[in-house]
Design a protein around this ligand. Structure first.
Ligand SMILES: Cc1cc2nc3c(=O)[nH]c(=O)nc-3n(C[C@H](O)[C@H](O)[C@H](O)COP(=O)(O)OP(=O)(O)OC[C@H]3O[C@@H](n4cnc5c(N)ncnc54)[C@H](O)[C@@H]3O)c2cc1C
Length: 405
């Protein structure tokens, strides 16, 4: 697409957004974890959030680069970048977030048959179906390939028995993408299939797990003689490990990018906290040299990380699906965010110790909960240690140190 066409696309996009983006949502950008998740049981923060989703979904702009034949926007990477810039200019929230858009959707585009794409992608794009991820089991986390949930073929269906754990938002989700053992006799990675299961199927039960932060964002999921359709196996029977790893690369890229974005401007937040704690005047340098040094280090780390993210995003724009380099984004983004959250509560001192109350983003409570939540980010999607193993083995080509990858 020529520069002139791209400029015309920008002008049209800007005009459309001016006409269609609800005024109440401007200046409220949100992020990948806070927003409209959609789904059969989904609720909207306001009527304007519902209108925003409907209008954007009608253009396919909830999934701007996905093909138009499945309901996506059909935009080129460059056009999608222009759309993102225009949304950012008005500080608008994403109309829709969730694992459908960032995990199972890209995986279906990579591995799904035509029929599977036609069945599942439109519901994701319109925000009608919310997805959750059934990978971890009580005995299988880092060593994911040891999973035991079984699926036995019966005609055109599979009968699934077993248990998943740490399934984020399972109780609010409509469908689950699940790893199951379809060949117990094969080498562990070679007996796994990747199957899609409707959470409303008889025999699926969920039990919430309460966290130290007070929230309960994930569940145990039990499968008792659950029937799933054989046509919903993705990537072939006993070939699920390849699909599972590709999905994790999409997940890790997403997690890394989220922290690249949310840490931007982070030093401003830290400086404001330090000033509020009496460590410096409202303008000018901080008087506390140690705090000043740590904030400066955090700002430099952020800048270096952003440059790495941009380099990998350029590869993505050239059409390459994410590779093992996604582990670099995951480990660095989450560890950086954790250091920043730690620094924030240290600077705030006693004011960083909020506990009771519900308003997540409310001052001290927000600081405390963000600090606690940042611990989980280095575990979900594969722990930091596992990412380092993957980087050593697959990016640097060092000898195998063991563990899942
Ligand atoms: C907030 C959150 C959300 C999550 N959401 C989901 C979800 O939606 N769906 C889902 O399926 N799962 C989810 N998980 C689970 C997550 O994927 C697992 O917790 C994670 O993979 C680690 O597995 P584990 O908890 O069994 O720990 P373990 O595998 O028992 O690991 C324990 C410790 O040992 C270390 N370790 C293990 N093996 C090695 C090795 N080979 N080399 C070096 N160190 C090693 C680990 O790094 C870790 O520190 C979520 C977890 C969190 C915290």
């Amino acid at each position: 697409m020529s520069r002139v066409d791209l400029d015309a696309f920008r002008a049209d996009t800007r005009a459309w957004l001016e006409d269609n983006a609800p005024a109440s949502l401007r200046g409220r950008p949100g992020d990948m974890f806070h927003g409209t998740w959609g789904g059969r049981r989904g609720d909207f923060e306001s009527d304007d959030h519902r209108v925003w989703l409907e209008r954007m979904a009608a253009r396919g702009w909830t999934a701007p680069t996905w093909p138009a034949e499945y309901g996506g926007g059909g935009l080129s990477r460059k056009e999608a970048a222009v759309l993102a810039e225009e949304l950012k200019r008005l500080k608008l929230p994403a109309p829709l977030i969730g694992f459908g858009l960032v995990m199972i959707g890209p995986t279906l585009l990579q591995f799904g048959t035509e029929a599977q794409k036609r069945q599942h992608l439109p519901g994701i794009i319109k925000g009608e179906i919310r997805w959750c991820q059934g990978y971890s089991e009580p005995g299988s986390g880092s060593d994911l390939a040891s999973l035991q949930t079984s699926a036995v073929r019966d005609g055109e269906q599979y009968v699934i028995n077993g248990q998943k754990i740490w399934t984020s938002y399972a109780e609010k989700s409509d469908w689950i993408f699940c790893l199951v053992r379809t060949d117990p006799g094969a080498r562990k990675q070679e007996g796994i299939s990747f199957i899609l299961v409707d959470m409303a199927s008889p025999g699926v039960t969920t039990k919430p797990i309460k966290l130290i932060s007070g929230a309960s964002p994930f569940c145990e999921v039990f499968f008792d003689d659950v029937r799933a359709e054989a046509r919903d196996v993705i990537g072939g029977v006993n070939a699920g490990w390849t699909v599972a790893k590709a999905l994790l690369q999409h997940e890790r890229t997403m997690v890394g990018e989220v922290f690249a974005r949310s840490v931007l401007g982070g030093q401003q937040e830290l400086l404001a906290l330090a000033r509020a704690a009496g460590l410096g005047p409202p303008e000018g340098s901080l008087e506390a040299p140690l705090v000043r040094d740590r904030i400066a280090q955090s700002a430099m780390d952020e800048r270096a990380f952003m440059l790495t993210v941009q380099r990998l995003q350029d590869n993505a724009r050239a059409g390459q699906p994410p590779g093992p380099e996604s582990s670099i984004l995951k480990v660095y983004g989450t560890e950086l965010n954790q250091r920043r959250r730690q620094l924030a509560v240290e600077i705030a001192g006693a004011d960083g110790l909020g506990w009771s109350g519900d308003a997540y983003d409310d001052g001290a409570l927000g600081l405390t909960r963000d600090w606690l939540r940042s611990r989980g980010n280095t575990i979900e999607g594969g722990t930091s240690e596992i990412q380092l193993n993957i980087i050593a083995k697959r990016v640097l080509g060092l000898p195998d140190a063991g563990g899942a990858a």
